[in-house]
Design a protein around this ligand. Sequence first.
Ligand SMILES: Cc1cc2nc3c(=O)[nH]c(=O)nc-3n(C[C@H](O)[C@H](O)[C@H](O)COP(=O)(O)OP(=O)(O)OC[C@H]3O[C@@H](n4cnc5c(N)ncnc54)[C@H](O)[C@@H]3O)c2cc1C
Length: 458
Amino acid sequence: MSHSLSDRHVAVVGAGIAGLTAAYRLQQAGVRVTVFDAQPVVGGRMGDRREGDLVFNSGARLVYPFGQAFNRLVEELSLGDALVPLHRLSAQCIAPGGAHTIELMPSPRSLATPGLAAGERLRLVTHALSMRRLKPRVDPDWATSALDADPRLDRITLAEYIRETLGPNVLARMVEPVFRATRSFNPETLSALFYASTVPHMIGETTVHTLKGGMGRVCHALAAQLTVRTSTPVRTIRRGAVGDGVELTLANGERVHADYAVCAVEGSLAKALVEAPTSAERTMLDAVRYNALGVVHYGFALPLPPKMNFAMRGQPGRIATYQQLPAAPASGRPLNQIYCQLTPEAADEAVRRGLENELDVLVREELRARIPDFDRHVVAVANQWIPRKLPVFSPGYGARVANFWAWQEDRRQGGASAIVYCGDWLSQALLTGACASGERAAKTLVARMQSAVTRVSA
Ligand SMILES: Cc1cc2nc3c(=O)[nH]c(=O)nc-3n(C[C@H](O)[C@H](O)[C@H](O)COP(=O)(O)OP(=O)(O)OC[C@H]3O[C@@H](n4cnc5c(N)ncnc54)[C@H](O)[C@@H]3O)c2cc1C
């Protein structure tokens, strides 16, 4: 540990998994760190919420086996034993002519998906082999790693890629329902980067995990080792002249001076936060978009068997994911719960009709048709609107991200600035991506500090 690094003070804005990881790694390098978050609890989109007796996640629900940065962190925090395996997680996909099974982690059983042409089944096999070959060349924590394998993956949409590589029925019956139900994305809005950097690492894996005690545990374990100020929104980050550090203005008017800042808020909020952004920052921040998500959680008096349904696009209705979760008081869920996630189109409709806080209005009729006497058995309702669910890696976005990191890491360019950015919008729209971006931001900043120290002592 360098003594001079311990004289440095870094302000981290945002206590999601990216900001907390950055803070933790900086502290490990010997730097003094203070973390600020607008919310009363840490974790951002990785946390646990409770409304009355209804419990749900603020965001992430699953830990994928391929996440290197995140899984490393879990082990380091001695939380490995808290990972609860879910083997062969699958859903019934509601489609014309009946439901079919979709496995969250693709396996040879996916070949049995009904409605595929013989040629498409054959192409699935050759595709699995080519994905296996791609595995050593792509980093599942880093979407832009697939750019090196094939820059075209950033230029075409996921829909075009799957249609060309595997066929239209694979898109409609296998890929699209998963992207709509788990990520609230339509495949024509995304590039193929996310798919190509993660799927090679899914083949052969059959197990995903949840966390015993709630998804927020990892963030709480990190925060317990750090100085964190919650309920402290930061209004602006102002950069002084090189070497003069940064000044944060908090919503309560207080000013905080630090040598450097890590901006770990959602990318679309960073633009309003950082005063006088450079043109490289503006180019990046102008491009960040998120999709929105609406979920309605119901408490239900009748016992419900576990069930998960995805809906194929074009099916009537506004529900993309329907899940029944039986009560499990010992695990902190006192009620039987129903989870209803809106389709991307219904989320747009909610915005258009100003129903973000009354999503129940959009789905209740559908639930009445599904469950007899639905209204009589509902004992609680919670409306969850997430205006920024996931950053949209639209075509061309990956190249911007890669350029931005090159700028951040170039000693003469972004390297001369006192602000470093991280978050899932700069890596991969998953926990492990956010975590990896926090690690990389910390590394970038330590390199900047070390080069500043060398300049001073030279
Ligand atoms: C519904 C949903 C389901 C998901 N499912 C999964 C999943 O199953 N598996 C998976 O791996 N990933 C999943 N994800 C993605 C994952 O949750 C995110 O990629 C990850 O949590 C993002 O972390 P982050 O630190 O980049 O951002 P965030 O968690 O959004 O953190 C940003 C923080 O900045 C704070 N902030 C914002 N503005 C200010 C301000 N002005 N001052 C101070 N603080 C501020 C916010 O309060 C927040 O805490 C899901 C996400 C959502 C929303």
